[in-house]
Design a protein around this ligand. Sequence first.
Ligand code: NIG
Ligand code: FE
Length: 406
Amino acid sequence: MPALLIRDLAQVASPAGTGAPLRGAELRRVDVVEDAYVLCRDGRVAAVGRMAELEPLRDDEVAELDGGGLVALPGLVDCHTHACFAGDRVDEFDLRASGASYEEIHAAGGGILSTVRATRAAGEDALRAALESRRAAMRSHGTTTWEAKSGYGLDRETELAQLRAVAAVGGVATWLGAHAVPPEFADADAYLDFALAEVLPEAAGIADAADVFLERGAFDAAQARRYLSACREAGLVLRLHADQFTEAGGVELAVELGARSVDHLEATGPDGVRALGGSDVTAVLLPIAALVLDRPQPPGRALVDAGAAVALATDLNPGSAFGESLPLACALACTQTGLAPAEALAACTVNAAHVLGRADRVGRLAPGYDADVVLLDAPDWRYVAYHVSGGDVAVVVEGGEVAWRG
Ligand code: NIG
Ligand code: FE
């Protein structure tokens, strides 16, 4: 593979420092180089610097990319999606516009369970094709590393098909075996008996992490503890959907079990904020879901000020967040949850990479990191959050090669 020189960039911006996750004042430190270049070699970033200081290159072959008028950021990391699904929920969107709530639709057998029916019926090839096309949409918004969950199968065959599809399309797979109770089971405990005995052993061989929807109408804290404890035993990293509508002990459970992340947090109050601030659990904000469901936004500012490690993701799914754009999530994080653009950038790069256990490889534009680069057609890197209509992504480089051009 020839080396790739991205030259004459207006700016290169990257979260500063080396460790992960970033917290407190560290979240605001961005290294910005003006009139800059990025040199990629063998799929990694070899150097970042000022054009004026670019040394003659020793490579036999160098491809050049004109970065004039563009800014370079690290490829964005979407650490929470439900991108692997079939069908849509446009009819429910219409019903919600007329006043039906997400929870009412869910209780009536729609919502997540309607996507379960469509996903079970689709077959693995169609599921993979749907995921491929969503992955392409994510890339066009600047996402180069992504996670996707199962949770729309809730039977053995479809859960494993979802996880295989995510791995095949290049994502980090999370087994969301406790998303909802499917109709063929009498209750949540009976369903968990099945899922832990029949699905977990194989799911643990494909997925990196396990996730549970701890919420009124889904799984309670005792059921979540049982599910997560078994998943930890099987070697999976732990994550939770918690405090989306109600505080039901999810934050406490995440801290107790040493979970990697607790995601949503729209209903989290001061005690939960304090607990996360003093913990190693990353708080994942999903502001698109709060916007779409017209819920309060998660307490992003308070979490950062309490010392929490905060990440930001799309939650891409057909019900609460049908959107692939991390720049939109950044815009909402800044305008609705009180984060600064620098904090939003760190939250969807370094800290999101930490959630996925990949912070040593992705999330920064610095020597040694994977050569995943987003070029924005903008004069300043903060356009990633400032330009609320998005559309600034001009080129996406993955592993040192151009993967997408607008
Ligand atoms: O994170 N809240 C639970 N799960 C998803 C929504 C899934 C769906 O509505 O299909 C979420 O918002
Ligand atoms: Fe989610």
